[in-house]
Every structure is written in structure tokens, then in C-alpha cells.
Design a protein around this ligand. Structure first.
Ligand code: SF4
Length: 292
């Protein structure tokens, strides 16, 4: 078997590509996503939400390599046996690549680690974590024009299916390569440069580029609804290759209509913290009220 562009041995199949051509294929895919969906320009100040995992490190690495002005932000939720490892990996990566890193923690910001909060509530770990993380990401990205995340094609396909199955049409309408584009006050535009890159492709890219992310999973991930959807989609992808790409394609085909019908037209602000909120009190402040 040979690379479809030259005579070398492939490192990736479907499309069959050697190391050099796989790297070009991957980087071209990210570049064309940035261009086609107008995610950002060279003049924009970007902050990359990082976890120290392969997706966010790849996103940070590539934006820096492509000469975008990008800094890194990590949220330390306080998950024992997990976050301290990914944090130290990220610190090493940022030092090596001379990238400014800002670290924010649940403990400092809210007074509790996630481990501690979960002892006070019976809500699912990822739901609680997601609410608090989103609040902090938005709060600490406001000095920047764009916040980039490492969400890949697998993540997006999972989010589409999750929201469909739960009839969360408002949340479904908010998905896509770029969100928050109406330049709402106190809401930073969010973008996903790896939108069309599969989990497998990102993994191969990190190996070929020697990015060395921490391959450690959050201990709470198995309890999540997303993990179950991930397994279903992986199973379908195995049986019917292209399932995830087609899921994204179907979604993008109706995305404009969804936004028109279910998108939020008026932006409200939380009466407690003054951050953007769909209701009078934002999810973050309601949660904090319950656990304090
Ligand atoms: Fe938070 Fe869930 Fe992700 Fe763990 S898996 S970091 S609890 S969202």
C-alpha cells in the first residue's frame, strides 16, 4: 500500500497518506475551516481554552505555528489525580513554545473544588463542571476578541446527537464552528478550528508532531450522558464509516434555520453576577446558591 500522493508508506488510511502528506492534509483542513467560517483573522487577539489534552494542545500548537496571536487559559476544577497531571504537562508545553498561560481555579473563584462540590449535590459531575467552566471561560476571555477551543468532529457529532435526543433545540442551535458572533456585550466569540478533524486524526497529528499531551481521562467522564452517546457513535462509525461526518453535514445544512427559529434574540444579564444569562439568574449563580 502506498500514499495516494507519493510513493511513501502511509501512516493513515482513507485517505491513504504518508507522514508528510497527512500533516499537510490535517493543517489544510484547519486552515480552510478558519477561512471558510471566518473564525478569526491575523489581527485578532485569541485565547485558547486548554485542558492539557490532545485536542486543545493541538489547537494551541497549530494557531501558534500559523502565526496567530494566541495565549492559553486553563481552568483547574480541582479533580484529584487528574487535573494536576494535565496542568503540569500544559505548563511544560507553554514554556517550551513560549506561550503565555493563565490559570484559574474553582477553589479560588468559588471557594470549593469540583470534588468537594460533588459531595454537596446529586447533580451529574459533568453538568456541574460544565456550568462553572463556561462561566469562567466567558469571564476570563473578555479581554480577547475570540476564544478558541479544541472541540473536534467527534465532540460536535456527540453534542448534536445529545441535544437532539434531549429535545434541547436552543442548545442545538448554538452549535457550529463559531458561536456568539452577534458581538453581545460580555460574550466572547467562540470558535472550533478542529471542527472537521476527527479524534483519530488529531491523535495521529499529535504523535507525528511530537506534541506529547497527557493521555489521562477525567475520572468523572464515565458517568456522563456524553460518554454513552460517544460509545453509540463510535459503534455506528465502525459499522457505517462516515457516520460522524454525515451527522455534522446534516446539522450544518439546517443550522441557519435552527438559529433563526431557536436562537436567542435578546441578551439578558444575571441580576447577581451581571454576566450574560438566558434567565434572571444565571445557571452559575443558581448552582452556587444551592451549594453554599
Ligand atoms: Fe468536567 Fe466532566 Fe470534563 Fe471531567 S469529564 S473535566 S467532570 S466536564
Amino acid at each position: 500500500m502506498r500514499c495516494s500522493k507519493c510513493n511513501n508508506k502511509p501512516v493513515y488510511l482513507r485517505p491513504d497518506l504518508c507522514k508528510q502528506h497527512f500533516i499537510e492534509y490535517f493543517e489544510d483542513k484547519v486552515k480552510s475551516t478558519i477561512k471558510k467560517f471566518k473564525l478569526f483573522e491575523k489581527k485578532n487577539k485569541l485565547i485558547v481554552a486548554t485542558s492539557g489534552g490532545k485536542d486543545s494542545l493541538t489547537c494551541l500548537y497549530l494557531l501558534t505555528k500559523l502565526n496567530y496571536h494566541a495565549v492559553a487559559l486553563i481552568i483547574d476544577e480541582g479533580i484529584k489525580g487528574y487535573r494536576e497531571h494535565t496542568m503540569s504537562g500544559l505548563k511544560r508545553f507553554c514554556e517550551k513554545n513560549k506561550i503565555k498561560l493563565t490559570s484559574v481555579s474553582f477553589k479560588k473563584e468559588f471557594g470549593f473544588t469540583l470534588d468537594r462540590i460533588l459531595k454537596k449535590t446529586d447533580q451529574n459531575a459533568c453538568t456541574v463542571c460544565g456550568i462553572l467552566r463556561r462561566y469562567l471561560l466567558n469571564k476570563y476571555s473578555q479581554k480577547y476578541e475570540v476564544i478558541a477551543t479544541g472541540h473536534n468532529l467527534d465532540d460536535e457529532a456527540q453534542a448534536i446527537l445529545m441535544n437532539l435526543l434531549r429535545n434541547n433545540m436552543g442548545l442545538l442551535a448554538r452549535l457550529g464552528p463559531a458561536t456568539g458572533i452577534s458581538a453581545k456585550k460580555k460574550f466572547t466569540k467562540r470558535v472550533k478550528p478542529l471542527y472537521f478533524c476527527s479524534e483519530k486524526e488529531v491523535m495521529i497529528y499529535t504523535i507525528l508532531k511530537n506534541i506529547k499531551p497527557e493521555f489521562i481521562e477525567c475520572p468523572y467522564v464515565t458517568t456522563s450522558y456524553r460518554a454513552k452517546i460517544r460509545d453509540i457513535l463510535n459503534n455506528y462509525e465502525f459499522k457505517y464509516p462516515g457516520t460522524k461526518t454525515r451527522t455534522i453535514g446534516s446539522f450544518l445544512g439546517i443550522n441557519k434555520k435552527l438559529k433563526k427559529q431557536y436562537g436567542q434574540t435578546k441578551q439578558n444579564y444575571c441580576s447577581i453576577c451581571d454576566q450574560p444569562s438566558a434567565s434572571k439568574i444565571c445557571n452559575n449563580c443558581s448552582l452556587l446558591k444551592k451549594i453554599k
